[in-house]
Design a protein around this ligand. Structure first.
Ligand SMILES: Cc1cc(C)cc(S(N)(=O)=O)c1
Ligand SMILES: [Zn+2]
Length: 262
């Protein structure tokens, strides 16, 4: 029953600190990544994604983004390796994006923004009993972030963009079985990693971020379908297109960004 927040003038990222003071905390996300200042760590193992038995369940519009949820009552789809001590269970993925002709990624690279950013959210079910418990713990979540760059259309993203009409309004949900997000990965799993937070309220500082350096390419037409989603519920008067649902980069506050590559 958290306080109402959004991405508008009055309720957007610059106002969140009023209801969520941790917005001005020491390990907030996203950040601007400066590759030249990242520390190459040769001891970082490669990221390992075991998604072959993943079970997607639903696609839904939560009024902030479009979310695909997974069955997470066992270790059927996990991420491990990289900076992670344990295996983390895939819970959901969602996107952040901009408006027409403007970018909407959350992390930036040397100040460069991308058209969108995909977040694959995982939780540490080794140390915590529930997702909620993990989401409030410093090593509770691991979010794999993938940049979406404007280019040719992405053959597999169609499965998602063709389903968006079913979840146009806030509060809508639909069956979405049989989708494996491994088709959304770029060829290289080279990454940057740093300790951060959720990028939307409640902004908990519980995320180990793993940001892939290589983007995937999507077409403007495909991104246009995300912008047909609405922030508002069907019964609300005001129709508000869902776009620019991203938080801008936050102060690094002395954190080190490590790179898995030179
Ligand atoms: C509030 C919130 C929840 C979840 C699962 C994930 C995020 S994010 N954008 O940091 O990946 C935010
Ligand atoms: Zn996100």
């Amino acid at each position: 029953t958290g306080h109402k927040w959004g991405y508008g003038e009055e309720d957007g990222p610059s106002a969140w600190h009023k209801s969520y003071p941790i917005a001005q905390g020491a390990r907030q996300s996203p950040i601007n990544i400066v590759p030249e200042e990242a520390v190459y760590d040769s001891r970082l193992p490669a990221i390992s994604l075991s998604y072959d038995n993943c079970t997607s369940l639903t696609i839904s519009n939560n009024g902030h983004s479009v979310v695909v949820e997974f069955e997470d009552m066992d270790d059927r789809s996990v991420i491990q390796g990289g900076p992670l001590e344990d295996a983390y269970r895939l819970k959901q993925f969602h996107f952040h994006w901009g408006g027409k002709n403007c970018d909407g990624s959350e992390h930036t690279v040397r100040g460069k923004t991308y058209v969108s950013e995909l977040h694959l959210v995982h939780w540490n079910a080794v140390r915590y009993r529930t997702f909620g418990e993990a989401a409030a713990a410093p090593d509770g979540l691991a979010v794999l972030s993938i940049f979406l760059e404007k280019g040719d259309e992405h053959a597999d993203l169609h499965t998602i963009t063709d389903a968006l009409y079913m979840v146009k309004f806030k509060g809508s949900i639909a069956n979405f079985k049989g989708f494996n997000p491994k088709c959304l990965l770029p060829p290289s799993l080279r990454f940057w990693t740093y300790p951060g937070s959720l990028t939307t309220p409640p902004l908990y500082e519980s995320v180990i971020w793993i940001v892939l350096a290589e983007p995937i390419r999507v077409s403007d037409k495909q991104m246009g379908k995300f912008r047909m989603l609405l922030f508002n519920a069907e019964e609300e008067e005001q129709t508000k297109r869902m776009e620019n649902n991203f938080r801008p980069p936050q102060p690094l506050k002395g954190r080190t960004v490590r790179a898995s590559f030179k």
